[in-house]
Design a protein around this ligand. Structure first.
Ligand code: ATP
Length: 445
């Protein structure tokens, strides 16, 4: 029964009639693991013409289904109609909504009308009537909804939302239905970009606690998020946002190549608080388990220099371009972040490093790449002024530097402080470590 998500009485009806008809038996709907992490639904028909027998079985099976506590009965759904090729609404109504209906899940759907719409609704809507929130869109939309859920949790707990030192957990889980361009969160949680798989994980109530970062300036909390890039990854996004008029399939590739052609390092100071990973044998399954040992306050380390890219990631960030993940050296919920620093080097060497992401080889095995396991990072750019700043197409009039936070562009001039908060949110999905490794499907670099 653990794979069954719905049971219905099967009747033969004349076309156009919604009630009555001859009883034929009962139909059980099951979640099937088809191939390489892909889930599908299938129907099993049990023929029986006795009304009494069928009603008895139907009631009994329903009772068992109602006993699964993690399975949602009511969901708040956000659909971003502008994601990727504008197909999120179609994906939701064609593939997702029929499965929610079959599983008797009530939904309250908002098709977002502008950037920040989901965030403003989450700040004030009645959340306690829902068992979960679902976002149909790309990483930017999911990140906005995760930020909204966590911000709301702080507001409900009476916390100051400008400076949150110990945030409270999100009250309900978040489900991610991929309909964006990169879909890193969906890949990381399901190992595949597949709307039906995502929907079935939500229906079955597969829940995974996930680490979250806070990104703050010295004066305010910028947002909650899962990953960030400063340097090349942020400059590419800043350019891609300027090219919104281009077809979605070309925009990001063009921005990637143009940023690579204009490759330049950022001069900045990085301070970080490292974590030591201790390997332990688990008594339960004999597997090695990781335990983190905190560094003390005076163990802050500092590096200064010219960096092509700095990635700070609390989750492995799997995607089609990086099947092992942008940060394969971290886990979904081990309470740590991967800090990946790419020092200034030639364009040829940098391209070699980027190409490694698409293969199974270690992308960090280069003398100019350093990786650290950390719990806090401070990034302080050296502010440019005069002709230097004017020449730089990525800096805006105020001299703010671009940041790529979960695929959303943010611009900040001052120091950004990133902290990891272990298992702050529940997401519908499974642990990446339990998934089969997925194939490389993109070779654009
Ligand atoms: N109706 C809307 N019009 C314009 N922008 C919107 C609308 N609704 C939401 N947004 C914003 O669109 C931004 C990008 O959306 P999303 O991430 O879903 O798509 P994407 O950029 O195609 O995919 P990805 O981030 O995976 O590359 C989000 O930051 C979201 O706030």
């Amino acid at each position: 029964m653990k794979d069954v998500f719905s049971v219905k009485l099967k009747r033969r009806r004349f076309a156009g009639r919604k009630k009555g008809g001859t009883l034929l038996g009962i139909t059980i709907f099951k979640c099937l693991n088809k191939e390489e992490n892909k889930l599908t639904d299938c129907a099993i028909h049990l023929h029986n013409l006795s009304e009494d027998h069928c009603q008895l079985w139907f009631r009994h099976l329903k009772e068992i289904l109602n006993g699964f506590q993690n399975r949602p009965k009511s969901l708040k759904v956000f659909v971003n109609p502008s994601s990727h090729k504008r197909e999120a609404t179609h994906i939701y109504y064609e593939k997702v909504a029929p499965l929610f209906k079959l599983a008797d899940i009530k939904t309250d759907v908002t098709v977002t009308e502008y950037e920040g719409h989901a965030l403003s609704l989450l700040k004030e809507c009645e959340l306690q009537v829902f068992d979960g929130v679902v976002c149909v869109g790309g990483d930017g939309s999911v990140s906005e909804v995760a930020h909204g859920l966590l911000l709301r949790a702080q507001m409900d707990a009476g916390k100051d939302t400008d400076y949150v030192s110990k945030p409270v957990r999100a009250p309900i889980p978040l489900g991610v239905v991929p309909a964006g361009t990169t879909n890193i969160l969906a890949h990381t949680l399901y190992g595949i970009k597949h709307a039906v798989t995502a929907t079935l994980h939500i229906i079955m109530g597969h829940i995974q606690a996930v680490d979250v970062c806070t990104f703050s300036t010295p004066s305010k909390l910028l947002r909650f998020g899962f990953s960030a890039m400063f340097g090349f990854g942020a400059r590419t996004l800043a350019l891609a946002e300027k090219l919104r008029w281009m077809p979605s399939s070309q925009r990001k590739d063009f921005a990637f190549i143009k940023t690579l052609a204009d490759l330049k390092p950022e001069e900045c100071e990085l301070s970080f608080l490292p974590l030591q990973i201790l390997q332990e044998d688990s008594h339960d399954d004999g597997k090695k388990k990781e335990r983190m040992k905190k560094g003390s306050k005076d163990q802050w380390q500092k590096i200064q220099g010219h960096f092509l890219n700095v990635s700070i990631m609390a989750i492995p960030c799997l995607c089609s371009m990086a099947p092992r993940g942008l940060a394969p050296n971290t886990r979904l919920n081990n309470g740590s972040m991967a800090l990946i620093v790419v020092q200034n080097t030639s364009r040829t060497e940098f391209i070699k490093h980027l190409k490694r992401y698409t293969s199974v080889k270690n992308q960090f095995n280069f003398p100019f790449v350093e990786t650290y396991t950390v719990r806090e990072v401070k990034v302080k750019p050296r502010l440019k002024s005069g002709p230097d700043a004017k020449e730089d197409v990525c800096l805006n009039a105020e001299g703010n530097y671009p940041w790529n936070i979960d695929g959303d562009l943010m611009k900040e001039a001052s120091e950004v402080h990133v902290r990891v908060h272990p298992q702050l949110i529940d997401l519908y999905g499974v642990n990446t470590d339990d998934l089969e490794s997925s194939q490389v499907t993109c070779n654009c670099i």
